[in-house]
Design a protein around this ligand. Structure first.
Ligand code: SAH
Length: 351
């Protein structure tokens, strides 16, 4: 599966890049220049890097192809200005990323894998299985191209697009360090959220990385039985184990956990579900984000009625739980994970 390099030049930390440059017979300060071009000025090619000697640029172009994603499609929501991008990776695989404008700044939602192997029933990203992991450069460049294309600074990043970030753990952690590094875009760690379906051992690992990011857990059900129906990963890890891992993450990092809960009509949106969710959330320092499920044609899941959503929220609040309903951004542009890529592939198949 791992057909791509994880150590392409744009996936190297500054320290690693210095070593690579020295090995190439260059001075370490060249690495600082090169790093700045790639990660701060967001250069799209070596030619742009004017203060590097032409000879070095030629060698780099020959030996170290620069990972730069190519925009294949862009859709703009007429409702809220949300933009959805479809990018081609160097091997022509496709990933999608979303740009959202909020009062507090611009947020980008990135993909961490091509496809996904987690199999969540309501999710379009997983319908074709996992194609491959993304390299750190390929995660970073989704943000770089979007900042370049929109001409506006990105201040928040959520790893909530296609793929399971903790299933691509090493590249994810490198990506997080590089994204928040002062020599790069220098996005505040507190403005970065990683969303997981709940791979428990990796949640413990992440707690040890000394990062101040937010961990979001896709919970979606309050009993193991129901969660297993929605999310195959629940066969491996129980809700009890998940709650333990969340409590641990908070103790180690001081970062409040977010629970994501997608409301599906008649499946997980009853007052009893709300009561049980409150019981799970109460002992933890957490925040609940309710997501009206984004209907996925292939799955036949239907959104909860507005009344049920409001009642669900009220019940949680009455129990002292901090809760928000996720604003649905980009509903008119296949906003849900994996939908744009999927439609593009279907259209290509039809010719
Ligand atoms: N694999 C990670 C991140 C990607 S999905 C995870 O599972 O968290 C990002 C969030 O969107 C998850 O909470 C996921 O469960 C949710 N999601 C996926 N498809 C959805 C849909 N059709 N409607 C609502 N939420 C969905």
């Amino acid at each position: 599966m791992e057909r791509i390099r994880r150590d392409d030049i744009k996936s190297l930390t500054l320290e690693q890049l210095k070593e690579r440059m020295v090995r190439m017979g260059e001075k370490p300060f060249r690495a600082v220049q090169l790093y700045g071009w790639m990660h701060r000025k967001l250069a799209g090619s070596y030619e742009e890097m004017k203060n590097l000697p032409a000879s070095l640029r030629a060698v780099l172009a020959e030996e170290e192809p620069l990972v730069v994603l190519e925009k294949k499609r862009e859709q703009v929501s007429g409702i809220d200005g949300t933009k959805k991008f479809l990018f081609a990776l160097p091997d022509q695989n496709l990933v999608e990323s979303v740009w959202m404008r909020y009062q507090h700044g611009n947020s980008v939602c990135i993909s961490s894998q091509v496809g996904c192997r987690m199999g969540c029933r309501f999710c379009a990203s997983t319908l074709g299985g996992l194609e491959r992991n993304l390299a750190p450069s390929e995660m970073l460049d989704q943000i770089y191209r979007i900042q370049d294309l929109t001409g506006e600074r990105v201040s928040n990043v959520v790893v909530m697009g296609s793929g399971e970030p903790l299933d691509n753990y090493d590249s994810l952690v490198t990506f997080l360090h590089m994204l928040t590094d002062e020599n790069g875009l220098h996005i505040s760690q507190r403005n970065v959220t990683v969303s997981t379906c709940g791979i428990v051992p990796r949640m413990y690992d992440l707690a040890e990385e000394n990062l101040q990011i937010t961990l979001a857990l896709s919970l979606h059900a309050t009993t193991d039985e129901k969660r297993k129906e929605l999310m195959p990963i629940a066969q491996k890890y129980s809700i009890g184990e998940l709650m333990e891992a969340c409590a641990h993450y908070f103790r180690r990092t001081g970062r409040r956990i977010t629970f994501e809960y997608s409301l599906v009509r008649g499946v997980n949106d009853t007052p009893k579900d709300a009561q049980e969710l409150a019981a799970l959330a109460a002992p933890l320092s957490c925040h609940v984000n309710l997501i009206p499920v984004n209907p996925v044609r292939e799955r036949g899941f239907v959104q909860s009625e507005r009344r049920a959503i409001d009642a669900f929220k009220n019940k949680l609040e009455k129990n002292g739980i901090n809760v928000t309903i996720r604003r649905e951004m980009g509903r008119d542009i296949d906003g849900a994970c994996g939908q744009l890529r999927r439609r593009h592939l279907e259209e290509e198949k039809k010719g």
